[in-house]
Design a protein around this ligand. Structure first.
Ligand code: FMN
Length: 326
């Protein structure tokens, strides 16, 4: 089931991509996932308008290290001129991909005609794609979208126009804007769109374990798979997916090794955000990290109360004393 596909000039053996996650996909997060087998990483969505106004303020969102490559930098906006201007600001960084967000359902984004709102305005969506492709030159442009309100009818046409514009591939999270994250991602709708799409379609939505990735390829006929929420606090999902796709069994690491990595990730966040904010940032991950582990709730609560790195270390050391698999 190994895919060996070529996407955006990179050879991907498994087609495993880290999904963009606003509030999570920082540089330390990308590096952590990359070390565990994500083959492409993504920035979170970056405002094209914001980038043009005060580029310095957006630095944390678009700066990356070479070991995060191949990397996609994702822009959102609704004005073609601003998208082109923002692409030009990012070009000197030579990301492997510039991605346009036409997927975000958040009110403050769609109210301004950006994100998933663009799917209801195909001419404008097309104009943004043209502007991005022209500005990006030899750097591939991709689009991330959802199902349109007509449940794929509009999108099928738009995919053809994206191909004309010069877009290289499209990621589809098969839920509508109205659904946001409710219900389930419609894998059948994805499959139908993929069958008729002139562009490779990357699948995103509800992949909960690495073990299920062969089945998701079967169900969707996707060119590649994105993993989002299930990778928060669990970068090992990519190793599990690689093993499943290669038909091998997977043995997750012991808790002791996992805790060591979580704390190293926390230390990278402290460097990026400074100690005050870094201590808060890691809290978002710890519930996911301990998910499913018996008795974890108390440690998650204690971790939230811990006010500095030393106190956080202590909570996790206590956790390790209670689990056997170390
Ligand atoms: C907290 C959060 C932040 C997200 N941020 C972005 C983003 O910045 N850009 C984007 O295209 N999608 C974003 N998404 C959507 C995800 O990339 C993904 O398509 C969606 O969560 C479904 O995949 P999953 O079930 O694997 O998480 C976000 C989703 C969540 C839950």
């Amino acid at each position: 089931m190994i895919k060996q596909i070529s996407l955006f000039g990179s050879r991907l053996k498994y087609g495993l991509i880290q999904a963009p996650l606003a509030g999570y996909s920082t540089s330390p997060f990308r590096r952590w996932l990359k070390r565990h087998g994500a083959e492409v990483t993504f920035s979170e969505m970056i405002s094209a308008d914001g980038l043009l106004r005060v580029p310095e303020k957006q630095k944390r969102y678009f700066e990356f290290h070479d070991d995060e490559r191949p990397i996609a930098l994702q822009l959102f906006g609704s004005d073609a001129g601003n998208i082109a201007g923002a692409v030009k600001i990012l070009l000197p960084l030579r990301p492997e991909i510039i991605d346009l967000n036409m997927a975000c359902p958040v009110r403050k984004v769609v109210r301004r005609g950006s994100g998933a709102a663009l799917l209801e305005k195909p001419d404008q969506a097309y104009a943004l794609a043209v502007a991005a492709c022209e500005a990006a030159g030899d750097i591939p442009v991709t689009v991330k979208c959802r199902l349109d309100s007509g449940h794929g009818v509009g999108l099928a046409k738009l995919l053809k126009r994206f191909a004309e514009a010069g877009v290289t591939a499209v990621t589809l999270h098969p839920r509508t804007m109205k659904q946001a994250y409710r219900g389930t991602a419609d894998r059948q709708a994805f499959r139908e769109l993929a069958a008729d799409s002139p562009l490779p379609l990357i699948y995103s939505g509800d992949i909960k374990s690495g073990a299920e990735t062969p089945a998701v390829y079967e169900q969707t006929d996707a060119a590649a798979l994105m993993i989002g929420r299930a990778a928060i606090g669990n970068p090992w999902i990519f190793e599990e997916a690689r093993a499943a796709l290669a038909g091998e069994t997977y043995q997750p690491p012991a808790w002791k090794a996992k805790v060591k990595e979580l704390l190293a990730f926390r230390d990278d966040l402290l460097v990026l955000f400074g100690e005050g904010k870094g201590v808060l940032e890691i809290r978002k991950f710890v519930g996911h990290f301990l998910r499913g582990q018996k008795g974890a709730r108390r440690f998650v609560q204690d971790f939230y109360k811990a006010k500095d790195p030393v106190a956080q270390d202590k909570v996790l050391a206590e956790f390790l004393e209670t689990v056997d698999s170390i």
